[in-house]
Ligand binder design. Structure first.
Ligand SMILES: Nc1nc2c(c(=O)[nH]1)N[C@H]1C(S)=C(S)[C@@H](COP(=O)(O)O)O[C@H]1N2
Ligand SMILES: [Mo]
Length: 433
């Protein structure tokens, strides 16, 4: 596991942030601000800056790395796995959420989930076939697809197994390993509705219904041939076939050269290395929708085709593995998202849920994308339990673990979206307990 990193609060001599100023303004009467000002005047660090060694010699020439890399000082900000997988081809790696800022996941840190490894696909030979209940079935080359009108949209992807380790209570794991099967990118490609027009639209189905009542099978070109049936009426408005993420071609591990994006739906429906879309009357009951990706309820029935990822949030800083190094101001920040729309509000509690405060949201929350929230907090040195609770644009409120377990039982691995708590000890240590 990662070494403990200090989340050091702002030293008193540094410029105050807007949030901190507001908080301290409100606390002026308490005498705390006066104490901090006195501290600043006496601060021995207030002297002219040294000329550091790196300011005395020319830097590394350009083109040392024709493709840029992060600073060597950030070498521990990497994807990690929660466990050693017996078959490395069927494994996952998780996004280091505690070390990221804003809401866009850098391409090299997007979580990975492969059922049978990453295929090495030659884009010139790759084809997408669209067939089934369409008027003019067609084979598309990558060039054909890139020449169609494109769109760029920001959406999260979350594996339905994300946070599954918390069903039985606090796992002790850091946020990367509890919530890191989650990423958010700007995806560029062609709308599914545009592709459907390219094949002449839906033909009449066997039962004479056709139109928007049908389903679509999506199939990957990897050895696992990931195959899912998707209900057209719930995806046609938003689904995209994409070839780029965050401004560059897809990474091999995220589906190069082509993947399906179904905004808000569980991760596995976002079929990577996409090679086939077949329009059909009814779901095909593939292996991924019968043996897997259904949830066994307490009463013994199975919950199938639970596609949308319900609203969820998590505090990423401070989070387990961090240590509050001194009393004082800390921003509590994290991420919130919903597979059913945009985030309407996030509330944060620092007293184990007894009281809640409204957090600030960065910018206007986007549809089916991550939102960043922040709350100003003054840590007085006492043990605390911090939690966040998201509400989405449908009015749905992220449930407590107790409520979720009462509704779904403890048999299912998938779709765990309960409120997550982190415990802060008197020594500043943050734990998932
Ligand atoms: N062809 C194919 N598509 C796939 C998978 C796969 O193994 N093969 N894994 C799925 C699962 S379970 C998830 S959670 C997402 C992960 O996408 P990412 O690796 O780009 O984060 O891809 C989905 N698409
Ligand atoms: Mo997944």
């Amino acid at each position: 596991m990662k070494k403990v990193r200090d989340t050091t609060p702002h030293a008193p001599d540094r410029p105050t942030s807007r949030g901190r100023r507001r908080l301290l303004g409100g606390l002026a009467a308490s005498g705390l601000v006066v104490a901090q000002r006195a501290g600043a005047a006496a601060n021995p660090l207030l002297k002219p800056l040294d000329i550091a060694p790196w300011s005395r010699t020319p830097g590394t020439p350009i083109l040392e790395h024709p493709y840029g890399l992060p600073s060597a000082h950030e070498a521990d900000v990497v994807r990690r796995s929660a466990k050693a997988w017996p078959l490395p081809g069927a494994a996952s790696s998780m996004t280091p959420l505690a070390d990221l800022f804003g809401t866009i996941t850098p391409n090299g840190l997007v979580y990975e989930r492969h059922h049978n490894g990453v295929p090495d696909i030659d884009p010139d030979q790759h084809r997408l076939v669209i067939h089934g209940l369409v008027r003019e079935p067609k084979l598309f080359t990558m060039d054909d697809l890139v020449r169609l009108p494109s769109e760029s949209r920001i959406h999260f992807i979350e594996c339905s197994g994300n946070t599954g380790g918390e069903w039985n209570g606090p796992s002790g794991q850091p946020v990367q390993l509890t919530h890191g099967l989650l990423s958010c990118c700007e995806w560029t490609g062609v709308r599914l509705s545009t592709l459907l027009e390219e094949v002449g639209g839906l033909s009449t189905s066997k039962d004479g219904q056709g139109g928007r009542g049908g389903w679509m099978l999506a199939e990957g070109a990897d050895a696992a041939a990931m195959t899912r049936s998707l209900p057209l009426d719930r995806i046609l408005e938003r689904a995209m076939v994409v070839y780029a993420q965050n401004g560059e071609h897809l990474r091999p591990e995220n589906g190069y050269p082509l993947r399906l994006i179904v905004p808000g739906f569980e991760g596995n429906t976002n079929v990577k290395w996409l090679r086939r879309l077949k329009f059909v009357d009814a779901p095909l009951q593939t292996r991924e929708e019968t043996s897997r990706y259904t949830s066994l309820m307490a009463n013994g029935t199975a919950r199938q085709f639970a596609f949308e990822m319900d609203a969820k949030s998590v505090i990423t800083r401070p989070s387990p593995g961090h240590r509050l190094s001194t009393q004082g101001y800390y921003p509590i920040t994290g991420l919130a998202w919903s597979g059913r729309g945009a985030i309407r509000k996030v509330e944060v509690s620092t007293d184990a849920g007894a009281t809640w405060q409204l957090a600030r949201l960065d910018g206007s929350p986007r549809d089916r994308a991550l939102s960043r929230f922040q709350l100003d907090w003054l840590w007085q040195g006492a043990p605390a339990v911090i939690l966040s609770r998201a509400t989405d644009s449908t009015g749905y409120v992220q449930p407590t673990r107790e409520a979720l377990v009462a509704a779904r039982g403890l048999n299912s691995q998938y779709h765990y979206n309960a409120i997550q708590q982190w415990r802060i000890e008197a020594n500043g240590e943050v734990r998932n307990a």
